[in-house]
Design a protein around this ligand. Structure first.
Ligand code: BES
Ligand code: MN
Ligand code: ZN
Length: 500
């Protein structure tokens, strides 16, 4: 697909479809009046019969006449001007792409970067619109025939029209940023969508290495033997129920000076979570192929950061395992010795994420990280608390949590902070080991984080529980059913804030 920046008068652009954003009630703007005149008042008539007034999500597709160079004009409602933000712009772009590709149109021009969004720069608007377009163009079709009936058109030539006074080179830089970020998001989505039979821990490791090679990132894998030798007891405990070998994936991107301490990202990489001996119920177990969503986010983020050449040193660590029930699986009641030396009583083998993260969090400590952020589909409880609209952030450093919350607001990938007061640690105290892997029903997301904190307290740390966000169950514009790649845009936004 060709996505380019265009400049010039909107109505003079030759294209199959020109897309104009319209805020609620703003039908009297100069450009719209011209369109209305060209179509003999069809816009006014559509407004009169309440078919189109600029409300969020509304669209009006017009076949236009001689005074306009494009074949069609699509008006897209943006809602009230006052409430319009960059997320609204991104969503509008995604909705438009969904509508047009379903109508078999793959080439068009969006005027959306010129929409007046409060306190926004041209760069931000171009980035948001480009992201909206590219994210809506994503599909997972590996196991589908390309010639199936009803397949939406593939994006071909899409233009973003900037204003006469706007800087084209600035817009082009923003477009490149969006392309880098979305390539990271789509890489993450592909990984999440891959079915469990294809997606062994080894597959995840090889995908990571392949990506790293392409992006100038150095990669290292620790296999079972090396993990045994080094004492990754908690991670190996989870892995021992599966026929498939575990891997620790270690990627390093160096965008800053040699001496600059890295930001470490740790992602939960459970390629399939059957629950182990504490077996999950059958309903929706298929979705547990997404239990490596944290890994996907972390890998997508380092990929995007490398392509953007962000001046930071980054480390991405993924413990990749499968959690299966079998004759060799760990049992409830087993006690594991983790890489840190701390012992863990396993009361529920389905609380496996925190076990593999414990060892990964200990491991990244060796790199003297400036900051550690782990990302994990860790608890069902976070879905009870926040639903599918935000991930939870917890940690041992309020400043870091605040930065992440801000990046969440700016990227539109929302976070909500939960407390991690020391009282919660009592729930993971064990009678037989240093810590136990469940804390009872109360505050499940927080007690999971309290468990992780035992392995992360030597550095500045935040934990993102993305269990409600890694998988889209229904499909929305820009967010097709399946893996979401949630967190890549958020973390890239955080990293950009770190280097300014
Ligand atoms: N992978 C699950 C959490 C999850 C649930 C992710 C739903 C995505 C959607 C995790 O390993 C798990 O099973 N957690 C248990 C913990 C419990 C046994 C303490 C849970 O949340 O029920
Ligand atoms: Mn589990
Ligand atoms: Zn899990």
């Amino acid at each position: 697909m060709q996505l380019t920046i265009k400049k010039g008068a909107a109505l003079k652009q030759k294209t199959a479809c020109l897309i104009l954003g319209v805020c609620e009630g703003k039908l009297k703007e100069e450009l719209l009046l011209q369109v209305d005149k060209d179509v003999d008042g069809a816009v006014t008539r559509a407004a009169r019969c309440k078919e189109f007034s600029g409300k969020k999500g509304e669209t009006l597709l017009l076949h236009v006449g001689k005074s306009i160079a494009s074949e069609r004009v699509l008006l897209v409602g943006l809602g009230k001007e006052k409430g319009l933000g960059l997320s609204g712009l991104r969503q509008a772009a995604s909705s438009v792409v969904k509508l047009l590709t379903e109508k078999q149109l793959g080439s068009f021009l969006l005027e959306l970067p010129q929409v007046a969004v409060k306190k926004s720069s041209l760069k931000e608007r171009v980035q948001a619109v480009a992201e909206g377009v590219l994210l809506a163009g994503y599909r997972y079709e590996r196991y589908l025939p390309v010639d199936r009936p009803g397949r939406p058109a593939v994006l071909e030539k899409v233009g973003l029209l900037v204003g006469e006074k706007d800087s084209k080179s600035e817009a082009e830089a923003a477009l490149q940023t969006a392309q880098a970020i979305v390539s990271g998001v789509c890489f993450a989505r592909d990984l999440v969508n891959a079915p469990g039979n294809e997606k062994s821990p080894e597959y995840l490791a090889l995908q990571a290495v392949g990506m790293a090679e392409k992006c100038g990132i150095s990669a290292k894998l620790l296999d079972r033997k090396q993990l045994e030798k080094q004492g990754f007891g908690a991670m190996l405990g989870v892995a021992q129920g599966s026929e498939r070998d575990p891997y620790l994936i270690v990627l390093e991107y160096r965008g800053s000076t040699e001496d600059a301490k890295p930001i470490a990202l740790v992602g939960k990489g459970v390629v399939f979570d059957a629950g182990g001996i504490s077996l999950k119920p059958a309903e929706k177990m298929d979705e547990m192929k997404m239990d490596m969503g944290g890994a996907a986010t972390v890998l997508g983020t380092i990929m995007a950061a490398a392509q953007m050449q962000l001046p930071v040193n980054l480390l991405a660590v993924v413990p990749a395992v499968e959690n299966m029930p079998s004759g060799t699986a760990i049992r409830p009641g087993d006690i594991l010795t983790s890489l840190s030396g701390k012992t863990i009583e396993v009361l529920n083998t389905d609380a496996e994420g925190r076990l593999i993260l414990a060892d990964a969090l200990t491991y990244v400590g060796r790199f003297e990280p400036r900051v550690v952020i782990d990302v994990a589909t860790l608890t069902g409880a976070v879905i009870i608390g926040l639903g599918h609209h935000a991930a939870a952030v917890l940690g041992n450093h309020d400043g870091l949590a605040r930065q992440l919350l801000k990046a969440g607001e700016r990227s539109g990938e929302k976070l909500w902070q939960l407390p991690l007061w020391e009282e919660y640690a009592t729930q993971v105290k064990s009678d037989f080991a240093d810590v136990k892997n469940t804390g009872g029903r109360a505050a499940g997301t927080i007690t999971a984080a309290a468990f992780l904190q035992k392995f992360a307290d030597d550095y500045t740390w935040a934990h993102l529980d993305i269990a409600g966000m890694a998988w889209e169950g229904n499909g929305k514009p820009g967010l097709p059913k399946g893996g979401t790649g949630y967190g890549v845009r958020l973390l890239v936004e955080y990293l950009r804030g770190e280097v300014k």
